[in-house]
Design a protein. Structure first.
Length: 266
């Protein structure tokens, strides 16, 4: 095994300009393949509500679901950093957030927990969890737990005003102690500006080529969801195995050929 990836490794990779390859992961078989293919971060996303449970949103995912899948992934990977999503309603207060973050770490084996949003209340929760020694990943832009507020899966931060609001929230999350930040479905220029303005690594999905890291939902990048998504690509095309597709993804992220303009939003 090459050296274990930690939050410090991600910071060093940001400083050195090496792109960070992340994928979602939900079970032991995929986690092992992804780890061996050199994926740096395995994100146990609450997208499992959609791609594993077949639901339209992530809103019915529970703490027990997240602990179960995080345990499967953490048990099968050796090198990658494990980030686990805190499901909706699991961080309604700092105390509840800490209690559930501890469960993801202690029962699931998560190394970082991820939560959505960047208002004052969320920043307080991020500080509270971070101060107790658990690294937190923020998530801004299209945040699926707020899908009913957005009224659909649309690109966010398109106006000057909303882009500035997102940047202020990103800076506030960093100030609150976040170790890294996911930006989902926002214009590439907005993500580039935020990535340059932050010291912490920024992980993009549908956020253009200039983020420090890229993440995709693994079933999307294998063409298993039957959806054509602008921000994703079917890496299985032309490959004879899932391992080959995952290796191609890692290589394209590292050599900066994925994502290109065709996978980005304006
Ligand atoms: O739940 C998830 O898979 C995510 C990624 C898409 C960023 O949050």
């Amino acid at each position: 095994m090459t050296e274990k990836v930690t939050v410090n490794t991600l910071k060093q990779m940001k400083s050195s300009g090496e792109k960070i390859a992340c994928l979602t992961s939900y079970d032991a078989s995929y986690a092992k393949l992804q780890d061996e293919a050199g994926v740096d971060v395995l994100l146990v996303g609450d997208s499992l509500g959609m791609v594993l449970h077949g639901e339209a949103t992530t809103l019915n995912v529970t703490m027990n679901d997240m602990i179960y899948h995080t345990r499967l992934v953490s048990g099968a990977s050796q090198r990658a950093l494990i980030i686990s999503d805190m499901p909706v309603n699991s961080y309604s207060s700092p105390e509840q957030g800490l209690e559930n973050a501890l469960r993801l770490v202690n029962e699931g084996g998560a190394e970082v927990v991820k939560l959505e949003g960047g208002n004052d209340e969320i920043c307080k929760i991020v500080s509270f969890i971070t101060e107790k020694g658990i690294p937190v990943c923020g998530h801004l832009g299209l945040i699926p737990q707020s899908i009913n507020k957005f009224g659909g899966y649309h690109v966010q931060a398109k106006t000057k005003e909303t882009a500035n609001e997102l940047k202020q929230e990103a800076l506030a999350l960093q100030e609150a102690g976040a170790a890294c930040l996911v930006l989902e479905c926002i214009p590439a220029r907005v993500a580039a500006d935020v990535s340059q303005s932050l010291d912490i690594p920024v992980i993009g999905i549908g956020a253009g080529p200039d983020c420090d890291a890229q993440v995709l939902v693994v079933y999307d990048m294998l063409g298993l969801t039957g959806k054509t998504l602008k921000h994703s690509k079917n890496f299985l095309v032309g490959k004879d195995s899932i391992a080959g597709a995952i290796k191609a993804y890692v290589s394209e992220v590292k050599n900066k050929s994925f994502p290109s303009v065709e996978h980005s939003f304006e």
